[in-house]
Design a protein around this ligand. Sequence first.
Ligand code: HEM
Length: 335
Amino acid sequence: MGPPTMSAVTRIVDRVRDLAHALFHSFWTPTPATLRRWAVAAIVANAGITVTGVVVRVTESGLGCPTWPRCTPDSFLPVAHPEISPINTAIEFGNRLMTFLVLAAGAACLLAALRLAPRRPALVRLAWLQPLGVAAQALWGGLVVRSALNPVTVGMHFLISIGLIAACYAFYARSREGDGPPVRMVHRDIRVLAFVLVAAVFVLVVAGVVVTGSGPHSGDEAASRFGFDLEMVARLHADAAYAVVGLTFALLFALHVTDAPGRARRAALVLLGVELAQGVIGYVQYFTAVPAALVALHALGATLVWIATLRVLYMMRSRGPLPAPVTRPLDAVPA
Ligand code: HEM
């Protein structure tokens, strides 16, 4: 193959310029559609960092950068260390770098919410939670390292991410609906059942974190463990999963017999599917001595169960159509 021609280079340069232009306008002159895309990006980035965080743990890379905020006592960037494998350092440092991706998605959501015309204060308030949550997680990450991966700090790190994902999902859901008062689309008792389900899934996730803190994947051999019997806590965790699946069946049945809107019924069905897949992964990893890859997949499954649960809740109400967009004068757009 010969060298690229001038016209091919020009085409690539034009394409990159167009992409950069579209990216900039997606938050500087946002439309409801671009705002929604940033919300999805934030959800994906936050779900992604929970999985990379678990990869740090299951590859024993938790102290691959033994200090914080620096990676080693005298460098922010990884440098060769006689006692630490370069692979562990790369994995730990890679997870730290993921923070910037999550922050970029959060900052784009905030900018887009601030620039949206007409401005929607509820969206701006929700968007602020993202950079604030990322800052809290960055500080908490320091505590995780400095406490030598104490399981309470590691577990809280996961749970704060679960909270942050809820904030991102709320932002996404609000970006798709108007600002009218919330109108219930299902019977009141069904909505109560959905709230009970959200609480039960949260308890299930906390129980999972306790199983992890009692199990073999501590992140480093120097890390302490909860003193619980692993089999006992895993059984309690599985019992909580049965309760969640039972509640989801009850919800599906109630939605069906009350002829609830199709979108709520479909969301509950998707939730049931994700829960069952997650349950299978849970059992397989339990009976195969928690292999690293399955543990990471199970963590991804946990975030998906959480997102699917929140989705059910938002599908049961309506806040009317989106406000009509206002076109910004062109002179407000920087060249
Ligand atoms: C269906 C819903 C389920 C959800 C939402 C869920 C969620 C979770 C979460 C959040 C963790 C902690 C992840 C981490 O801190 O890295 C976890 C760990 C765990 N779960 Fe589940 N789980 C479910 C079902 C099950 C079932 C049915 C079992 C079967 C026994 C199971 C077995 C385990 C085990 C063994 C761990 C510890 C893995 C490790 O060593 O880190 N899970 N789960």
